[in-house]
Design a protein around this ligand. Structure first.
Ligand SMILES: [Zn+2]
Length: 442
């Protein structure tokens, strides 16, 4: 279904009636053709009521991976014959085997329509020139953003097959007004521009939109990007297997959930019961327009807070304050303390004197330890950072200062977490394994 602004501002009853209608239409398309759901939802006859919907089983990524492993290459989840599919993408595989996800022409158009909400939230229009700082690999996010902007009528400037210097030049030369990239890469371009004496704040760029990582919803990260680029920085949330589901409005306080194209639930990850407004839980999504690769009551593993449905922008869709707060896959347990890497990043980015950083998990005997390497000129800053991390997260972290420009830089999703526990276990013969040696070995 095409982008519909009215649904973003609709009353609850209108939206719910739209959603259940779309769900039943989807099920009518999917159930007779899709072997995965025919098995899973056996005995189900549309039209469903909301009560019926609430009793459907929750779907996990592990089930999709298992389906694909046992029915290669794409699994039984394809609703239509393989020759009807036109777009191939895959998940990043950071939490296991990558999932291969393909779309029909109609399902791929749906992805593009979902991106229209992202652009509308950020005030991007057909008059914009959009530079996409992305290598055009199998990561779905910026492919769909690119094609959606083209369909909207904006001028698209592809930034594939370019190093950072050439991208900075292209942004200036072509007078781009919007830049799409991961938040990590926005910071990296900023750093490189400064090194080359380029002031990005003086460029024509007025909006940056980010995906792939939670950074743009972390206030300290967003502030750093906005100040450096002289632009407004917007977050977006999506997932290859689900769609482009979350976007920021001009209030920039979190994400709106696209309830025109998804049914959103926030549940307690243990009991599966819905949480109340103000509480945190796991986001569960049902896509309403992707019949070619449908997900019904899918556990995203994203931890979010239920922020109700009132926002100063006037939209009435579910609001997630602070965006995606963390991913179940990312959570670390260090000496009994649960911590998300995004919480550490939020604290690092508050201090402008700190550059790139990296987290190393090591094991001494039976105890895990977290070392944070951070690029900084002055050693005392490291000690101060360790103190702040302990105060805010109740977590003892060894903070090591490293010279600026020495840690890896990232173009797409950053991999700032290095788990050295396995490496340590394999080297138990060595009497003393230094952190430096283990890091160098990777
Ligand atoms: Zn809003």
């Amino acid at each position: 279904m095409a982008y519909c602004m009215a649904l973003e501002y609709a009353d609850r009853e209108t939206l719910r009636s739209h959603q259940i209608g779309r769900l039943n239409q989807l099920l009518a398309d999917v159930l007779p053709r899709n072997r995965f759901y025919a098995d899973r939802l056996r005995g189900l006859t549309p039209p469903l009521s909301w009560g019926d919907f609430a009793s459907l089983p929750l779907l996990t990524k592990a089930e999709l991976v298992e389906d694909q492993a046992s029915h290669p290459p794409f699994g039984r989840i394809l609703t239509y014959p393989e020759q009807d599919y036109i777009a191939y993408h895959q998940t990043s595989g950071t939490s296991g085997r990558p999932l291969k996800v393909i779309d029909t022409a109609a399902s791929w158009r749906w992805w593009q329509e979902c991106w229209r909400y992202v652009y509308a939230g950020a005030g991007v229009t057909a008059a914009d020139r959009i530079f996409v700082a992305f290598g055009f690999g199998p990561f779905i996010g910026f492919w769909s953003a690119f094609e959606s902007a083209r369909a909207m009528g904006a001028l698209l400037i592809p930034g594939g097959n370019m190093d950072t210097a050439r991208r900075l030049e292209a942004i200036r030369e072509q007078q781009a007004t919007v830049v799409l990239c991961t938040p990590t890469y926005a910071l990296h371009m900023l750093e490189q521009a400064r090194g080359q004496g380029i002031d990005l704040a003086a460029s024509k760029v007025r909006v940056t939109i980010h995906a792939g990582e939670p950074g743009a919803s972390i206030p300290s990260v967003r502030q750093r990007i906005e100040e450096g680029w002289g632009a407004r920085c917007y977050d977006h949330a999506g997932a290859t297997e689900v769609g482009a589901f979350g976007y920021m409005c001009e209030c920039q306080a979190g994400l709106h959930l696209n309830e025109a194209e998804f049914i959103a639930e926030i549940v307690d990850p243990v009991s599966g019961r819905p949480v109340a407004e103000g509480e945190e839980g796991e986001l569960v999504l049902t896509g309403l327009g992707r019949a070619g690769w449908p997900v019904i009551r899918y556990r995203t593993r994203d931890r979010v807070r239920h922020g109700g449905r009132a926002c100063a922008c006037g939209r009435t869709t579910l609001f997630l304050p602070g965006g995606i707060l963390g991913r179940a896959d990312d959570m670390l347990i260090i000496r009994g303390v649960n911590v998300y890497p995004s919480a550490i990043e939020a604290i690092v980015r508050e201090r402008p004197e700190l550059g790139e950083f990296r987290m190393l998990i090591t094991r001494a005997g039976t105890l895990d330890a977290l070392t944070l390497e951070v690029e900084v000129e002055a050693e005392p800053c490291a000690a101060q950072l360790a103190h702040t991390l302990y105060q805010r997260l109740n977590l003892r972290v060894v903070v090591t200062a490293v010279p600026p420009g020495t840690l890896p830089r990232w173009e797409q999703k950053a991999r700032r977490l290095v788990d050295l526990r396995q490496a340590a276990a394999e080297q138990t013969d060595a009497p003393q394994v230094s952190l430096a040696a283990l890091t160098a070995a990777r």
